[in-house]
Design a protein around this ligand. Structure first.
Ligand code: FAD
Length: 336
């Protein structure tokens, strides 16, 4: 098979290394090579992602920047300390770059439609993330705007992960350490309440700003992102909603989605079913988050869902790299 992968983000880069060698793969990336960058806070769970990265032939541990011990969740009138079990930041840009540097990449190639230039390809993967350039628009799409600064300072106020959720769980502010006096400070919020907060931080802690980045994150899950394919185009990663809605976490789920694609290469219906099954819990989490955003959350009505989300997070400590305790979860879910 000849596979075109459109988008050289984490999904496209990982996929290019997971498609078995008997197939031919070419990447198409809209950015020029010198402007290409992986917008993200670079947080993930080391014990979990290590195995996925190994499957692509790379050593995740070589890219780790900071290993977390605890994450402070600032609820305004109280602070929770969540024990961390593998949450790290890693140099996502360097790893993604290493994944594509030996591959054939067409830089500066903005693909709008898999037209005649793709005649020689059997499949054209839409790994364009938020853009979803090759698939129909999603009705009722939910995307959360975000802004992030990469900063450096000798006066950083924290030495570990900190998040501050905005009221009604419409997003959160974050501080993710990168080691060596550097950090990602950012915010994602439906109402854009992070505006001004990064500049204040920079001023207060005398930071050098190394990079200002941001883009909206799609938090609507795969169930609502159908169709996953159109003609020979097939969506993989954030283009079909593989982001955990409560956390905006999309690195691991994008890789998992790439693996599902590889397992069902040439079988779009099998792939569709596998994606729907794999991300079933994301729909439940999404409905909970949406009810908070829309202001129609009812503890009584949502209690069974909340319990099952708690249980899912609690039983997936390695997957998320943090320990989910019932009281912490209850407080975050109900106080905000
Ligand atoms: C500010 C921010 C912080 C985040 N922090 C975290 C985090 O700490 N941990 C975590 O797990 N997740 C995080 N996420 C989510 C995660 O980064 C994304 O879900 C993940 O990167 C999605 O990968 P992707 O490859 O599908 O899409 P992307 O990473 O968006 O890559 C898409 C690529 O396609 C290219 N492209 C787009 N359109 C076209 C086109 N028409 N033709 C050719 N190329 C095209 C783009 O230039 C880009 O290179 C964060 C997201 C944001 C925005």
């Amino acid at each position: 098979m000849k596979v075109a992968v459109v988008g050289a983000g984490v999904t496209g880069a990982y996929l290019a290394n997971r498609i078995p060698p008997e197939h031919e793969v070419e990447l198409f990336e809209m950015k020029a090579e010198k402007n290409w960058y992986t917008v993200c806070a670079w947080g993930t769970s080391q014990p979990f992602i290590r195995k996925l990265v190994k499957m692509a032939g790379f050593e995740f541990d070589d890219y780790v920047l900071h290993t977390g011990k605890k994450m402070v969740v600032d609820l305004g009138d109280m602070q929770l300390e969540v024990p961390l079990k593998g949450l790290v930041t890693y140099d996502k840009h360097r790893l993604t770059h290493d994944m594509i540097k030996e591959r054939k990449v067409h830089w500066g190639a903005q693909v709008k439609d898999p037209g005649s230039e793709f005649d020689g390809f059997d499949v054209v993967v839409d790994a364009t993330g938020l853009h979803r350039s090759l698939l129909p628009k999603i009705e009722g799409d939910l995307v959360v705007p975000s802004l992030e600064y990469q900063v450096k300072s000798s006066e950083l106020p924290y030495d570990d992960f900190v998040i501050r959720p905005y009221p009604n769980l419409t997003g959160y502010w974050w501080f993710f350490p990168l080691g060596d006096g550097m950090a990602h400070v950012g915010g994602g919020d439906i109402h854009g309440r992070y505006r001004g907060e990064m500049d204040e931080f920079v001023k207060k802690y005398h930071c050098e700003v190394l990079r200002r980045i941001g883009r909206p994150v799609r938090v609507i899950p795969p169930q609502y992102c159908q169709p996953f394919s159109k003609g020979k185009a097939v969506g993989v990663g954030e283009s079909i909603g593989t982001v955990y809605p409560m956390l905006g976490e999309g690195i691991v789920p994008s890789m998992q989605c790439a693996n599902l694609f590889v397992e069902h290469l040439g079988d779009p219906e099998g792939y569709r079913q596998a994606v729907l099954e794999h991300y079933k819990m994301y729909s439940k989490v999404y409905r909970f988050v949406k009810s908070k955003i829309d202001g129609d959350f009812s503890l009584l009505r949502m209690w069974p869902s909340l319990l099952s989300i708690y249980w899912y997070m609690h039983s997936n400590t390695e997957r998320y790299g943090l320990e989910t305790r019932l009281w912490d979860f209850y407080r975050i879910a109900t106080r905000l």
